[in-house]
Design a protein around this ligand. Structure first.
Ligand code: CO
Length: 389
């Protein structure tokens, strides 16, 4: 089932989500497999009171994402309705503009007194959607109760949608809700009172003290016309990059020098020196798709990797022909190789691979072009042991 799910089959996706929602053992097993899967989605929470125009806004965000070439899932969470197996009446009406577009998947989820609660069910469904290759998940919640706050916490970032003309809305939102907003959206911003809502948000933010903290931007939109949606999506990207940076910053110790790659004409003759030095070859292997033979020599917490070309037109052979033997690359180990790949790309760093690749022993890696690193080819290696539960 995971295989069919990974192929993007929409029927399998729908069946998989039902299995998970129903809490079947098969569903739980599937969720575990999905969590081990390397694919990750950006989870965007969209919350705000009923009547704020969230669904129209989500339509516009979806349109923007599709034009950007991204696959989208919309999860509409309604804690007040009974469980119906993803077949709420509204499902047939929602997202009709995307009928026939397999890149958009819509699903509603209703509360049913689920074991573990709605938030954990939502998290499970997000894992399934990620494995199914959905790059962005828009999680829509219907209000601002405890369920919604928990769901907002499982999102990577949350947009709080407000509308002008609802009186003291901002004041009444203070308790617990302002805090979940990474982005404020003033929707229906052509209405009278938009300035006032914005002023109230800014006044409240003035109290925030932490200078390094993310200050939620205030974006004005009109869901009906799509005005401001581009600005909203740019804010989403900035916020996602900030969140990733923050995650990385909290754990600098997770970055390690994994190995230093040295290109040699012949491993057999090169290892003589290293062995005389006192290093031992721990493993030697041929990586077919890179057409290279490698030998690893452990050195402290790190390693030296000797690289020998197996074919005359391989990358290493070309390197040897142009530059001779010598330092070829430095490899840094990171906890989450996918997050690092996305983060570097987002920041305009020149990444040398189209996607994260799978190497010998199943380890995952990609290369950063020397143009971005000060002249040294850099390999980023994933921490394969990091996925355990
Ligand atoms: Co390497």
């Amino acid at each position: 089932m995971l295989e069919r799910l990974r192929s993007g089959d929409v029927r399998t996706l729908a069946r998989a989500i039902s299995l998970v929602e129903e809490g079947t053992p098969q569903g739980a097993q599937l969720v575990r497999a999905c969590r081990r899967d390397a694919r990750k989605s950006l989870r965007i929470g969209i919350t705000g009171s009923p009547g704020a125009g969230k669904s129209t806004l989500i339509d516009q965000m979806t349109r923007w994402l599709r034009q950007d070439g991204q696959t989208v899932a919309v999860l509409a969470i309604d804690p007040s309705s009974a469980y119906t197996g993803g077949a709420l009446l509204g499902d047939r009406i929602r997202m009709q503009g995307f009928a026939g577009d397999a890149g958009v998947y819509f699903r509603s989820m209703a509360s049913r007194g689920a074991k573990g609660g709605l938030a954990s069910a939502t998290e499970d469904v997000c894992a399934v959607l990620a494995a199914a290759g959905r790059q962005v998940i828009l999680i829509e919640t219907m209000g601002v109760g405890q369920d919604e706050i928990e769901i907002a916490e499982l999102a990577d970032l949350t947009a709080l949608v407000l509308v002008p003309g609802m009186g003291d809305e901002v004041q009444s939102l203070k308790a617990g809700v302002m805090e979940i907003a990474d982005i404020f959206v003033i929707n229906k911003s052509d209405r009278e009172g938009a300035e006032q809502v914005e002023a109230e948000i800014l006044a409240m933010q003035g109290l925030a003290a932490d200078r390094d903290a993310w200050v939620a931007p205030v974006i004005r939109t009109m869901g009906t016309s799509g005005a401001g949606v581009k600005e909203l999506m740019e804010a989403v990207q900035r916020c996602a990059a900030y969140e990733r940076k923050k995650k990385n910053r909290t754990a600098p110790s997770e970055l390690r020098l994994d190995h230093i790659g040295v290109a040699v004409k012949s491993i057999a003759s090169a290892r003589r020196f290293y062995e005389t030095l006192g290093l031992l070859v721990s493993e030697e292997e041929v990586v077919e798709h890179e057409r290279v033979k490698t030998a690893m020599l452990p050195l402290g917490d790190s390693r030296i990797e000797l690289l020998e070309a197996t074919e005359s037109d391989s990358t290493i052979a070309k390197f040897l022909a142009n530059r001779g033997e010598g330092l070829h690359h430095i490899a840094v180990r990171v906890k989450d190789v996918d997050a690092m790949f996305a983060r570097l790309k987002l920041q305009g760093i020149r990444v040398a691979n189209e996607e994260v690749r799978v190497g010998a022993g199943g380890h995952r890696y990609f290369f950063v072009h020397p143009a971005s690193t000060g002249g040294v080819l850099m390999e980023i290696v994933g921490d394969s042991a990091g996925e355990g539960e």
